[in-house]
Design a protein around this ligand. Structure first.
Ligand code: NAD
Length: 281
């Protein structure tokens, strides 16, 4: 395995591309938006420069990783050599299915198709392709270059071989992996969105300020990040999409907080829009 194509140059796609290139894969990063591709290129260069300045990577590694990534607006060209495709577009099933149908027709029969979905069903995505045994979820965490875990989700038809290849690639990316049988939200999102949603409800009810809710959870419960700052990091729109899906599939306790819905309607999406629960401008 040498060639990875990442689809979607947002928060996660950029991070997956960076980490893959740093670990000697040849990476093509594709997005439907030229603007997003350019922003992602600058972000990857900024991260590489910072990592080099802080001594996390050498100057040779920096050059090597930047040389290893190609930014490509044509989907057909982006997947021409791909052995593994990692999809990281927005969390909407209809868009993911539309994309996987295209990937299925454009990629070689051998190519493994992975989704970085936070909650959706790789079985459903795989069923829309002619290769459900080669489809699984490969769930990375934000920021990808720092977070140690890849949660690997086996769809109903995913083959043992596909799971083994994804485990090996995860190791080559310097990650630990866990294997999870498909169920909405897997292990991590199912737990995490519940904590984040409860924090939004507490903020709405005036239980405490955002700063104090985050401080209480960090210092009192020993979480490395507060749930509200985590929501801003993930993106409140992404968080809302996950909650809507878990509300539909797992029931009432996942009903999105009205305050979260209001923030998303206002375009306050978190760090990526400059303002969410906190202000980043
Ligand atoms: P994002 O909004 O930052 O980026 C999504 C990107 O996908 C955008 O650049 C958009 O232009 C692009 N895109 C949309 N449709 C496309 C298409 N058809 N083809 C190519 N590109 C397309 O989103 P994100 O936060 O990076 O999330 C991506 C995926 O990763 C989602 O499924 C999300 O649930 C999952 N995820 C997110 C996080 C997180 O912390 N943000 C963590 C784990 C998993």
């Amino acid at each position: 395995m040498q060639n990875i194509t990442v689809i979607g140059a947002g928060i996660m796609g950029g991070g997956i591309a960076y980490t893959s290139a740093l670990n000697n894969f040849r990476v093509v990063l594709h997005d439907i938006s030229e603007d997003r591709l350019e922003k992602s290129k600058s972000e990857i260069e900024r991260l590489a420069n910072n990592s080099e300045k802080r001594g996390f990577i050498t100057i040779e590694q920096k050059h090597h990783l930047l040389e290893n990534i190609r930014f490509e607006i044509s989907l057909e060209k982006a997947v021409a050599q791909a052995q593994l495709v990692i999809e990281a577009i927005i969390e909407k099933m209809n868009l993911k299915i539309e994309l996987f149908k295209k990937l299925d027709s454009l990629c070689s029969d051998e190519t493994i198709l992975a989704t970085n979905t936070s909650s959706l069903s790789p079985t459903e995505i795989g069923s829309q392709t002619s290769r459900p045994e080669k489809v699984a979820a490969m769930h990375f965490f934000n920021p990808v270059h720092k977070m140690k875990l890849v949660e690997i989700i086996r769809g109903l038809e995913t083959s043992d071989e596909t799971i083994e290849i994804i485990k090996t690639v995860s190791e080559q990316l310097g990650k630990e992996s866990v294997e999870v049988n498909e169920f909405p939200g897997f292990v991590t999102s199912r737990m995490n969105v519940l904590i984040g949603n409860e924090a939004m409800n507490m903020l709405m009810e005036g239980v405490a300020s955002a700063e104090d809710i985050d401080k209480a959870i960090k210092l009192g419960l020993n979480h490395p990040m507060g749930p509200l700052e985590m929501g801003d990091l993930v993106g409140l729109d992404t968080r809302l999409s996950t909650l809507e899906y878990l509300h539909k599939t797992l029931g009432e306790k996942y009903r999105p907080s009205p305050l979260l819905v209001k923030y998303v309607k206002a375009g306050r999406l978190g760090r990526k829009s400059g303002r969410g629960i906190y202000d980043y401008q």
